[in-house]
Write a protein that binds this ligand. Structure first.
Ligand code: MGD
Ligand code: MGD
Ligand code: SF4
Ligand code: MO
Length: 723
């Protein structure tokens, strides 16, 4: 007999609702949940393979400890004992941690990594964020005072969308949580709106749009500066939010004339001017930039200019423009301090701290360079930097030389194979789900909680418990990990009752604690956060809490986004900072580019609908068929270089052999290789049989975005010759 279960898909940022068919302890069917008010039945091939992922025989079912003869399965108690022993031997300053992408999708990541980092007591914190969206956090932090105050395009109401460096028809969207992004774009066009896509490749998203603007990789900041300068020069601005005066911005952008930025970006001057006029004339408009604009040498400048344009055109914080989401679990009463970067610097390269972490581009330096504070023990959670970080092979070598490494991951992969202990989280369907991170970027206010579908096997810890145990080990404590949750609940409630304006100001902590419901520490904490949130049941009668969410298994739609200024601002000045000094200081570097000569061939990345960074290549339905890890090149370049079949691609960092795919969808002078390939771990049988090559053999960890320290994956100079 089969039953049905509903849950949120954890596999990308689109948070689609899924309807699972359950037979015994297995998922035998996956469909879109038509009753989810946000995703309305949308599903993609990755979501559809959740059952396969769940029952992948290559996923680890027991912890592994590395011994002379290789990995051996051990009991959980033994695994934690080995972890405790290994971490105890290392000085705090020599501990490090790397957090990978899926930790932004799990409850465990949201609730237990901060305590874990605190108990490690180290500043050697690295994550996939500095291989991804850190430029956006930094620009938002400096402009709005809060690195999490990231405006998203109001997709469902806008009449004009200028999209740069994003390909939601493959990625399903990022820093813009919008299930069925493709459908939302089609509806934008159907209601008479216009979609312009800036990308060196004519992607499926560009094809869906009204106009494709090819751009030389890495030059989005120049293009955006040219558009902003045109708005200022032609008096097309209509600023509707509190900002200082515009003269500093005007002065800074003066050199970025349409003809100057045309020479640097390859976008014709009249297109630059026309885009500015179209943005200004549109009844509502949003500028949205994603990974192509972030993983680039001028990542922070580009992401700053995205929001400068949203401000100058009067579209920041208004319906149809770029708006600030306000997830239900966020409390109204907490005040963050104004944002700062560079509170400390990395030991080896002196790179500034951002959001409490250091750039992943310097992880290998910190492990390999001797001296006080050299990283000798590392914890990795949900990451694969050996494939995902710039100059991955160097990261892999560095990992191999660590004194001790613990990985929390369901697979042995190119990274975790170097661990001394691997602690596998349970199956997706055994884990609870709530999108603490992604709901903060959603284009509608929405909530959904998914309890586990299947119970844990006796003795098997949830991922929350694994991380809590590690936090306790690092703090030198023993005992039940639930104690950690009780401590956090107590601290949070104490602070809430003491904070003027909090919904529980002056109330009794013990009686508040008694109101919380939940079967695990994670559920209790979720319930507490929902109750304290600005839509919570402690804030308004009939408000949200865990019980309300449990009664709504398809999720709750809470309506379109609302304007949030000036409340959302945390800047010291209380206004939107249009010209933060840290950003202004980097503009001369971009200006110098205006006179530079164009390099030869440059490499960029790309994503495919059936991929998920480095980790879903072990599922036959997703990787089967033709090789997707190809080097895309324009036919004119291929002819000129005499390419046919395979090519040798070389950069300053390394070289790879790749199958050539000629296509006129990529502009001349640019080649593209997807990342996340190069599988070498035989225990992932399907992935290793479809290995591909790693693009990060070619990327160079010494080249970063100056302001945020973000890795640069796009615009890498390469040479290509026949193999
Ligand atoms: N050249 C190039 N490099 C890139 C990029 C690019 O565009 N070009 N993109 C970058 C970006 S945006 C990102 S986000 C990074 C991603 O890079 P990483 O975050 O380092 O790695 P992923 O490939 O996402 O691997 C995720 C790991 O998490 C494990 N995992 C999956 N689910 C869970 C879970 O529930 N719990 C735990 N503990 N583990 C889990 C998987 O088995 C896998 O080992 O790559 C970056 N690297
Ligand atoms: N199917 C699938 N979905 C995913 C992922 C995945 O691996 N596979 N990864 C997830 C993750 S971790 C992330 S961060 C998101 C990313 O989501 P997106 O940002 O939408 O990622 P991409 O699909 O890589 O699209 C980036 C686009 O930027 C273009 N580009 C490259 N260089 C430049 C440049 O210099 N300027 C401009 N304007 N464009 C450039 C590329 O050609 C590409 O089309 O996707 C998420 N969703
Ligand atoms: S689009 Fe993303 S969230 Fe939706 S089903 Fe696909 S992987 Fe899952
Ligand atoms: Mo990412």
């Amino acid at each position: 007999m089969t039953t049905t279960a509903y849950r949120t898909c954890p596999l990308c940022e689109a948070v689609c609702g899924l309807k699972l068919t359950i037979d015994g302890d297995r998922v035998t069917g996956v469909r879109g949940d038509a009753d989810d008010p946000f995703s309305q039945g949308f599903i993609c091939p990755k979501g559809a393979s959740l059952g396969r992922l769940d029952s992948d025989p290559d996923r680890l079912t027991a912890p592994l400890v590395r011994r002379a003869g290789g990995f051996e399965p051990v009991s959980w108690e033994e695994a934690f004992a080995v972890a405790a022993e290994g971490l105890r031997g290392v000085d705090r300053a020599s501990l490090g941690i790397y957090l990978g992408n899926p930790s932004a999708h799990t409850i465990a990541g949201a609730l237990y990594l901060t305590p874990l980092i605190k108990s490690l007591g180290t500043r050697n914190v690295f994550s996939a964020s500095t291989a991804d969206q850190m430029p956006k956090h930094v620009s938002a932090g400096l402009m709005f005072g809060d690195p999490m105050a990231i405006p998203v395009p109001d997709l469902d109401r806008t009449s004009y969308l200028l999209m740069l460096g994003a390909n939601p028809l493959e990625s399903n969207g990022s820093l813009c949580t919008a299930p069925d992004f493709p459908g939302r774009l089609r509806r934008l066009r159907a209601r008479g709106g216009r979609l312009v896509v800036v990308d060196p490749r004519r992607t499926r998203t560009a094809e869906l749009g009204d106009e494709h603007v090819p751009i030389r990789p890495g030059m989005d900041a120049a293009l955006l500066a040219g558009i902003a300068r045109t708005l200022l020069a032609e008096d097309l601005t209509r600023v509707s939010v509190p900002v200082g005066d515009l003269s500093a911005l005007r002065e800074l952008l003066e050199p970025f004339t349409p003809s100057a930025v045309a020479a640097a970006s390859g976008v014709p001057a009249d297109t630059v001017v026309r885009l500015a006029r179209e943005l200004a004339a549109a009844p509502s408009a949003a500028v949205y930039g994603r990974i192509g604009t972030c993983t680039a040498r001028f990542g922070t400048l580009a992401n700053w200019l995205v929001d400068v344009l949203n401000v100058l055109t009067g579209n920041l914080d208004r319906p149809g423009g770029a708006m600030f989401p306000y997830p239900a679990h966020r409390p109204a009463y907490l005040r963050r301090k104004p944002y700062r970067i560079g509170r400390w610097r990395s030991r080896v390269r002196g790179l500034p701290e951002v959001n409490g972490e250091l750039p992943v581009a310097t992880l290998a330096d910190e492990i390999e360079t001797p001296g006080e504070g050299q990283v000798r023990a590392l914890i990795t959670v949900a990451g694969n930097p050996a494939l995902s970080a710039p100059n991955g092979p160097r990261v892999a070598r560095a990992l191999a030389g660590l004194d001790f490494m613990v990985s929390v991951d369901p697979y042995v992969n190119e990274t975790t194979r170097h661990a001394h202990v691997i602690l596998p989280p349970p199956r997706v369907t055994q884990s609870p789900h709530y999108d603490f991170a992604l709901l903060g970027f959603a284009v509608r206010d929405y909530v959904r909680y998914s309890p586990p579908v299947f119970p844990l096997e006796p003795g098997r810890p949830a991922e929350s418990e694994i991380l809590a145990r590690l936090a306790m080990i690092a703090a030198g404590q023993e005992g039940d990990p639930a104690l950690l949750d009780e401590l956090i609940i107590d601290q949070t409630l104490r602070k809430a009752v003491e904070t003027p304006g909090s919904p529980v100001e002056g109330r009794d902590v013990a009686s508040l604690r008694a109101e919380l419901t939940g079967e695990t520490g994670a559920e209790l904490r979720l319930d507490m956060m929902l109750r304290l949130g600005h839509r919570g049941s402690w804030t308004e009668p009939g408000g949200l809490n865990l019980d309300r969410l449990r009664e709504a298994p398809h999720g709750l739609d809470l309506g379109p986004l609302q304007p949030r200024l000036p409340d959302v601002l945390r800047t010291a000045s209380g206004v939107v900072e249009l010209v933060p000094p840290e950003i202004a200081a980097d503009v001369p570097r971009l200006r110098a580019e205006l006179s530079g000569t164009a390099p030869g061939l440059v490499l960029i990345g790309r994503r495919h609908l059936r991929s998920n960074n480095s980790w879903m290549h072990n599922l036959a339905p997703l990787v089967g068929g033709t090789n997707r890890c190809t080097l895309q090149i324009n036919p004119a370049d291929a002819r000129r270089l005499g390419l046919d079949g395979r090519a040798l691609v070389k950069s300053a960092a390394g070289s790879v052999l790749a199958d050539v795919e000629t296509t006129d969808s990529i502009m001349p002078g640019v080649v593209s290789l997807p990342h996340g390939w190069g599988h070498e771990e035989p225990s992932q049988r399907i992935a290793s049989a479809n290995a591909g090559v790693s693009a990060n053999i070619l990327t160079d960890e010494t080249i970063i975005d100056a302001v945020s320290g973000n890795a640069v994956f796009n615009g890498v100079p390469v040479t290509v010759t026949p193999a």
